[in-house]
Design a protein. Structure first.
Length: 152
């Protein structure tokens, strides 16, 4: 153990931290980022304090576990489901909009009170004739056009 204490220096932790952070580019989930930040913190502590390798490993492990717990429990859930990319049908079906333009042939444009997938106005297709001001509910998506039904 004395050999490790004399061999592993503070800069080893700093290099390990930078390598882990750099490797995060090639992975997903931000796990290596937190492990790297913990290693950087241990490297800074080892620079200022005379710590044994076992203490450094204990600090690194405790910091890593704490950071990963905070990340997965509190921070990451806030970033989930913020984008509706790849889930357009699931995000749109059931939404209620207002017909703002009714064309011949059961086609027209409708407006949502809040933007839906980046736009508040969408073209629609309906099997029944609608008029301006009718409230409709989205039942399906056909390409970039919504399939709607009069809300009853």
């Amino acid at each position: 153990m004395e050999w490790l204490d004399s061999t592993i220096a503070y800069w080893h932790w700093l290099v390990l931290g930078l390598i882990l952070i750099a490797l995060e580019i090639f992975t997903a989930g931000f796990v290596l980022l937190w492990l790297g930040i913990s290693a950087l913190v241990v490297g800074v502590l080892a620079y200022f304090l005379n710590l044994s390798v076992s203490t450094e490993l204990l600090i690194w492990t405790a910091l890593s576990v704490a950071e990963l717990f905070i990340w997965f429990r509190f921070i990451q859930p806030r970033f989930r489901d913020k984008t509706l990319s790849g889930m357009s049908k699931e995000a749109v079906v059931g939404q209620v909009g207002l017909v703002i333009q009714a064309n011949v042939g059961e086609r027209g444009r409708l407006r949502f009170s809040m933007p839906l997938l980046g736009s508040d106005e969408w073209p629609f297709i309906c099997t029944e004739t609608l008029s301006v001001g009718d409230r409709v509910s989205v039942t399906d998506v056909s390409g970039n056009t919504l399939v709607v039904a009069r809300q009853g």
